[in-house]
Design a protein around this ligand. Structure first.
Ligand SMILES: Cc1cc2nc3c(=O)[nH]c(=O)nc-3n(C[C@H](O)[C@H](O)[C@H](O)COP(=O)(O)OP(=O)(O)OC[C@H]3O[C@@H](n4cnc5c(N)ncnc54)[C@H](O)[C@@H]3O)c2cc1C
Length: 281
């Protein structure tokens, strides 16, 4: 919900301002995204990481500074497709360590006919793209004993940003459980990164994958993100008496609807989670 509000606010004033900034670059003493503003970044490299997802690495104007984005944040991207009157705006989530200086990395899934994902997949090194920061859930270490990350498809990127942010901070003891639903085994990316986090943080981090149409040799359970799957992953407020768990969701509208339902009727309510425990990216 917060993302939609942020986008609406940004769209309201964007026309002339974004046009003016299309070819601008920035410099200054502060990290580029430490406050709201539009900035044009140069694409440094691209890498195809599975059958439909590309990693895009953009240079920051000052190579010695990090982006200035806080945990958790997204970036609103703005493009000006040929033949269209209006700019296209969509949020994407940086997946690099936010403290690393000099660059940001996005992982972008290509949707057939998708306006922005098609544009982003067409970019070549040297091209530029305009960004503005969006603050998402402001994460406070150890505020909750346990966080449940429930993702569908490309909704994994905010979850990865948060999981690595928590687990890379030795002072943050929050337990993290990730449940990620995808269509096919080939849709899973960041597998090695999540496996490394499980190895380095046994007992603190667990990742569970659910595949709608798994291959015969798939190691993952078949299906969708259901009540049974979440219970199997240890995500049930009723069973665990884990009253202060925070539940974060990012995925297609159908998944979100099934989980949140209307007026406390969804899967999460059945598992004993209150609406105030749940946040949607
Ligand atoms: C906070 C936030 C962070 C995000 N971070 C990322 C990220 O890091 N990487 C990433 O790849 N995407 C991310 N997204 C999704 C992204 O913003 C776009 O919605 C997505 O790239 C599709 O935009 P498009 O212009 O290509 O498609 P559109 O032109 O908007 O839509 C074309 C068609 O694609 C399909 N489609 C579009 N979006 C979805 C969807 N989410 N699920 C299923 N089908 C869809 C629909 O059938 C639609 O009709 C994020 C979204 C949010 C809200």
């Amino acid at each position: 919900m917060s993302t939609q509000v942020a986008i609406t606010v940004a769209v309201a004033g964007i026309g002339a301002y974004a046009w003016y900034l299309r070819s601008s670059s920035t410099s200054g003493d502060k990290p580029v995204f430490s406050s709201f503003g539009f900035h044009s970044l140069r694409l440094e490299s691209t890498e195809l990481i599975n059958h439909n997802t590309k990693k895009l690495r953009f240079e920051l104007p000052d190579k010695s500074k990090p982006s200035g984005l806080s945990l958790t944040s997204a970036l609103l991207t703005i493009s000006f497709p040929k033949g269209r009157w209006f700019p296209v705006l969509r949020p994407y989530t940086p997946v690099n360590d936010l403290s690393e200086p000099g660059y940001i990395e996005l992982m972008v899934k290509l949707y057939p006919g998708g306006k922005q994902s098609t544009h982003l997949h067409s970019l070549e090194p040297g091209d530029t793209l305009t960004f503005a920061p969006i603050k998402e859930l402001a994460w406070t270490p150890n505020k909750h004993p346990h966080v449940a990350l429930i993702a569908g498809g490309a909704g994994i990127t905010p979850m990865y940003q948060l999981a690595r942010g928590i687990l890379n901070n030795p002072a943050d003891q929050t337990r993290v459980t990730l449940v990620w639903g995808v269509n096919m085994d080939e849709d899973i990316f960041l597998r090695d990164e999540f496996a490394a986090l499980e190895r380095s943080h046994p007992g603190q981090f667990k990742a569970v994958y659910v595949v709608a149409a798994p291959a015969a040799e798939s190691p993952h359970q078949k299906g969708f993100v259901t009540k049974q799957v979440l219970e199997g992953a240890g995500l049930s407020a009723k069973q665990s008496k884990d009253l202060d768990v925070k539940v974060l969701i990012c995925g297609p509208p159908a998944m979100e609807k099934a989980l949140k339902g209307k007026k406390g009727t969804g899967v999460l309510a059945e598992l004993g989670y209150r609406p105030d425990q749940v946040y949607s990216f």
